[in-house]
Design a protein around this ligand. Structure first.
Ligand code: IMP
Length: 183
């Protein structure tokens, strides 16, 4: 299917599942090499990262631990602005090699917050593996961004874990929002 509709909005194919699988296998090989004889802790970010995390981990051969976190964001008081909160972050990351697995890095604000919280535990190393990156949307430099599946334009995408209005996470491929051409 090249075009789909979700909640009345049109999307067109951007990345087919086969392309994603091939790239995921290559990233896994790279991680296996980089973490040889270490035992990294993979931390997947829910909800969007669940499919990429599962597919990536099936290709990883080094001994490793796996966990998931969820970040909620809500508007705080006027002085605190937008407050984020992390649920499920393991408390024993001291001296561990941590790999954060994300579906997409957009502005990078969510990821920066997650990384700040992880660094508070003094792990030996922290890297980030993201399936998608929107380089033009990044507002902050993220040194830990080591493994990137695909760099994409600054447009809204859905599928393979990513949602539009809560829908579309179950799609096998990644779709981008069709831009409306004004005549
Ligand atoms: P950031 O804090 O701006 O980097 O946003 C990260 C989160 O926003 C991701 O983990 C996604 O949940 C969501 N997000 C950002 N861009 C998209 C998109 O194009 N489609 C679906 N979700 C997105």
């Amino acid at each position: 299917m090249n075009k789909i509709q979700i909640a009345g909005k049109e999307f067109e194919i951007l990345l087919e599942n086969d392309q994603i699988s091939k790239r995921t296998r290559l990233i896994a090989i790279q991680i296996d090499v980089d973490y040889e004889s270490r035992c990294p802790v993979f931390i997947g970010v829910l909800n969007g990262g669940f499919i990429f995390m599962a597919d990536l981990l099936k290709e990883i051969n080094v001994s490793c631990e796996v966990g998931f976190i969820k970040v909620s964001s809500y508007v705080g008081t006027e002085s605190t602005g937008k407050v984020k909160e992390i649920f499920g972050l393991p408390g024993d990351l001291h001296n561990r090699d941590v790999i954060v697995v994300e579906d997409i890095v957009d502005t990078g604000l969510t990821l920066s917050y997650i990384l700040t919280e992880i660094h508070k535990q003094n792990p030996s190393s922290v890297t980030v593996c993201t399936l998608l990156l929107k380089p033009d949307a990044l507002t902050t430099k993220i040194e830990e961004l080591e493994y990137v599946g695909f760099e994409i334009a600054n447009e809204f995408v859905v599928g393979y874990g990513l949602d539009y209005d809560g829908l579309g996470r179950n799609l096998k491929d990644v779709y981008r929002a069709k831009t409306v051409v004004i005549p």
